[in-house]
Design a protein around this ligand. Structure first.
Ligand SMILES: CC(=O)SCCNC(=O)CCNC(=O)[C@H](O)C(C)(C)COP(=O)(O)OP(=O)(O)OC[C@H]1O[C@@H](n2cnc3c(N)ncnc32)[C@H](O)[C@@H]1OP(=O)(O)O
Ligand SMILES: CC(=O)C(=O)O
Length: 540
């Protein structure tokens, strides 16, 4: 049961959409709303009906297509225009026509904005706020007032900012949301101003912070500490300029650190999945290191960390990742030792002991190869092949041999560039040759490999090369290595990475391609068969 004394209000679909690059269709918005509802937020601000046609359509379709179990839909808009009766303001009419049970109004609380941006008097602005709130409450809506530029306004003219809060509260606003619109405040200032506002007005206040000082989440928590009863934020902190308070971080902190049960434990366990689902819809990934929900939030690279984590994951993690639906991951690299290798091996399903000779050999090989330019942290499949060799004590070969390969790139007279690759393999001793053309040497080699092997290994047919990265290493390593190629493959369900290094970029690519194919052909012998838990997690 969620705590009722602290309201959780999401504005991803309104303020989050003000982020550069964020363009959501109505279908996307409906889908995001369903995810937020399942997470357990209390209010979902859907947009500004009457101002943005897509948002008008969103509210229209929401009436028949959106069933919410936990949340109420909120329509956002401005107070009436200066000098006109509220009942005649088309924007206010559009807000009511949207049919949402909640309306959030933005109103000015900074005297400079009233006089210079709104170009009206301070008294008329108060009248605009009071009359619009009253009108909407009278029409049966729950109303919040977003007091724009509140913190800057309070610093400039405290009496006026407080008058805005009193006016809205007396007109029937359920909470007056103090907005750090320019995002320039710091936690101590926010705490002081929220506390002062509550003490002077007795009004229920909310908090809406932007992240221009990198303090939006801290400011939100400071406001709650000072008595705010309503918090606003967005998924992944999406929003105008530097974004808004990241609601996922706010939720994690409130529930796990401040004992404020704004959502229940089962919903909290869906936090990372919600973040992932919303990312898929927006197409804008959060920082990998985003607290709680980021793929790196519980990922460990340093050997000393891994060594302690083997004893107790709590030694290097502030909370159990399962509580927020995330997973602990280990990276193998030259920064790790036996413990990192052992933890990673267990993630992959291999029952190994950190103290074993095999693990020590694998750890040493990782260090050697990384000093030659390899990088295993995003090449789990290549690491697994290496590990299997060390565990078996013999080279782990794919079920075919490579005799040779050849790639040609030619520019024709008509200007077209033609790339063709031929691979010559052996299967059970019998020669097997195939060719493929592509939009570059790696693509052509990939196609030639498929051409040769798919008839014998049908599981390869689904494979798709989804990412290819090459890094020139000249001067970075003490060796002769010149290029590191990282390849990601997917079969639609899981994703795995491989690495190849060579002076020749095509040879490095070939190595990574071969590891990728070899890895898939291990499915029949890998512990647990099929997708390793890690590969599945990465694909998710
Ligand atoms: C802090 C925030 O993020 S609040 C959310 C901001 N979001 C948006 O602006 C997205 C949606 N906005 C829009 O589609 C358009 O700006 C509209 C439809 C609202 C207005 O469009 P236009 O009528 O062409 O006006 P324009 O965008 O140029 O200027 C905004 C107008 O709103 C007025 N305004 C600004 N704040 C308020 C307010 N709190 N209450 C009433 N009016 C306001 C401005 O004074 C300006 O009026 P003017 O046209 O008389 O100069
Ligand atoms: C209302 C709002 O989004 C702001 O003041 O930042």
């Amino acid at each position: 049961m969620a705590e009722e004394s602290l309201q959780l209000y999401d504005t991803t679909l309104r303020d989050g959409s003000q982020q550069e690059g964020m363009v959501l269709t109505v279908d996307d918005k409906l889908a995001v709303a369903r995810h937020l509802d399942a997470l357990g937020v209390g209010f979902i601000e859907g947009g500004w009906p009457g101002a943005i046609p897509r948002d008008t359509e969103f509210f229209h379709r929401a009436q028949t297509e959106l069933t919410l179990d936990n949340a109420l839909l909120a329509a956002f808009g401005a107070t009436r225009r200066p000098g006109i009766p509220v009942s005649t303001d088309p924007q206010v009419r559009a807000l009511l026509a949207a049919g949402a049970p909640v309306i959030t109004l933005v109103g000015k609380s900074h005297t400079g904005h009233v006089q210079r941006a709104l170009r009206t008097t301070l008294a008329e602005n108060l009248a605009m706020i009071g009359s619009t709130v009253r009108h909407l409450v009278h029409a049966g809506r729950r109303v919040f007032l977003d007091a724009e530029h509140y913190f800057d306004g309070h610093r400039l003219n405290r009496d006026y900012a407080l008058a805005v809060v009193r006016t809205a509260a007396e007109a029937g606003a359920e909470a007056v949301v103090l907005c750090d619109t320019n995002g320039g405040s710091l936690p101590d200032e926010v705490h002081e101003i929220v506390a002062d506002t509550i003490a002077m007005t007795g009004a229920p206040v909310g908090i809406h912070c932007h992240d221009d000082t990198g303090c939006a989440v801290a400011n939100t928590l400071a406001a709650v500490d000072a008595g705010a009863v309503h918090v606003q934020g967005t998924a992944h902190g999406y929003g105008e300029r530097c974004g808004n308070a990241d609601l996922f971080t706010v939720i994690g902190n409130l529930v796990l650190k401040k004992d404020r049960a704004v959502i229940g434990p089962a919903q909290l366990a869906g936090l990372a999945a919600t973040g992932h689902a919303i990312t898929e819809l927006t197409g804008i990934p959060p920082r990998p290191a985003a607290p709680y929900v980021g793929p790196a939030a519980f990922t460990h690279k340093a050997g000393l960390h891994a060594s302690a984590l083997r004893v107790d994951p709590g030694l290097y993690q502030h909370t159990d990742p399962e509580r927020v639906g995330n997973v602990m991951r280990t990276l193998v690299s030259d920064m790790g030792g036996r413990s990192s290798v052992a933890l990673k091996a267990r993630e992959l399903g291999y029952d190994v002991e950190a103290g074993s000779e095999e693990v020590a050999r694998a750890a040493a090989r990782v260090k050697d190869l990384e000093s030659d330019g390899y990088s295993f942290e995003s090449a789990d499949a290549s690491f697994e092949l290496l590990l299997r060799e060390e565990l078996a004590g013999t080279p782990d070969e794919p079920p075919f041999e490579v005799d040779s390969w050849h790639v040609s790139v030619a520019r024709r007279k008509d200007g077209d560039v033609h790339t063709e690759a031929t691979v010559r393999l052996r299967l059970d001793g019998a020669p097997l040759a195939a060719s493929g053309s592509g939009n570059g040497p790696v693509n052509a080699l990939d196609r030639a490999l498929h051409q040769a092997l798919d008839p014998y290994f049908p599981q390869l047919a689904k494979l798709e090369l989804v990412d290819y990265r090459v890094r020139v290493l000249t001067g970075e390593t003490g060796s002769s290595a010149a290029a590191r190629v990282l390849i990601s493959y997917s079969d639609g369900e899981r994703r795995w990475g491989t690495v190849g290094v060579d002076r020749n970029t095509v040879t490095a690519s070939w190595r990574a391609l071969l590891d990728a194919v070899h890895y898939v052909l291990l499915d029949d012998v890998r512990p647990g068969r099929g997708a390793s838990p890690l590969a599945t997690a990465l694909a998710g």
